[in-house]
Design a protein around this ligand. Sequence first.
Ligand code: ZN
Length: 102
Amino acid sequence: MATDVAPPGGTIPPYEVRRVETDPAAAASGHHHVSGVDTVDPDGGETHWTLVQVVAAVRDGERFVMGGAQGGQAEDLEPSACPRCRLVTLSVPAGGRERSAS
Ligand SMILES: [Zn+2]
């Protein structure tokens, strides 16, 4: 008997991103760096991911999607380089609008 549990059908359900954390220090200088995300998991749980964890998971074949909850089109988050300083961040789909706190 196999002890490894493989997902049936070979399709991995995506993690649904409900919140994106950005780096406030970078934002103050006009950069848009994602520092982490919170997701709703395929099993119904919730996970907080750091940027490094998301990048590693995407390279392992996991998917992180945003949008689609309210009739919008779901789009994948993907690792990318900041166009200003080339640090690794995540490209956030245009649908993932930020809310200002005040
Ligand atoms: Zn930058």
